[in-house]
Design a protein around this ligand. Structure first.
Ligand code: HEC
Length: 128
């Protein structure tokens, strides 16, 4: 009987130790690391509300009009679609190997903005 009780105590202790280890590791993980896109809405991404502001603020200064860099114009919906279809757009904003990293000379777009643009393309590049 004595033996059993000790065994039970050990078992209970081991369980509590394991549980508190798990709890403390959960406590230390921060939510953003666990769910990086927690606050990033990629459902039914709107061109006018989401994609266009990112491009207008970060790309249009160099990519519009007659002197557009690399001949790539991003000044309106049709030009953005043409650039995406041209095949150099996503690789450039994702800074993939073999592409010039865009926006040139400035910080990479946020992970969320890139995911949203990616989603907008996957959702059919709607003029929405
Ligand atoms: C400061 C000016 C500048 C800004 C801002 C800029 N670009 Fe560029 N972009 C360039 C220049 C110059 C080139 C051509 C030279 C090169 O490829 O490095 C280029 C090339 C590109 C290319 C072709 C890349 C390739 O590898 O073929 C794409 C696509 C592109 N830009 C898209 C964008 C997008 C999208 C943004 C905004 C997120 C942006 N650019 C912002 C100057 C700029």
């Amino acid at each position: 009987m004595e033996h059993l009780t000790t065994k039970h105590r050990l078992k209970a202790f081991a369980l509590i130790a394991a549980a508190s280890l798990m709890l403390s590791s959960c406590y230390k993980d921060n939510e953003e690391d666990l769910y990086p896109d927690n606050n990033c809405n990629t459902t039914n991404v709107s061109f006018s509300a989401t994609v266009w502001p990112a491009i207008n603020n970060n790309c249009v200064s160099c990519h519009s009009g007659a002197g557009a860099s690399a001949g790539i114009r991003l000044g309106n919906y049709n030009e953005v679609v043409a650039a995406v279809d041209g095949g150099r757009f996503l690789g450039a904003i994702k800074h993939e190997n073999g592409f010039s990293a865009m926006p040139q000379g400035a910080a990479k777009l946020s992970d969320c903005a890139i995911s949203q643009i990616d989603a907008w393309i996957a959702q059919g590049k709607l003029n929405n």
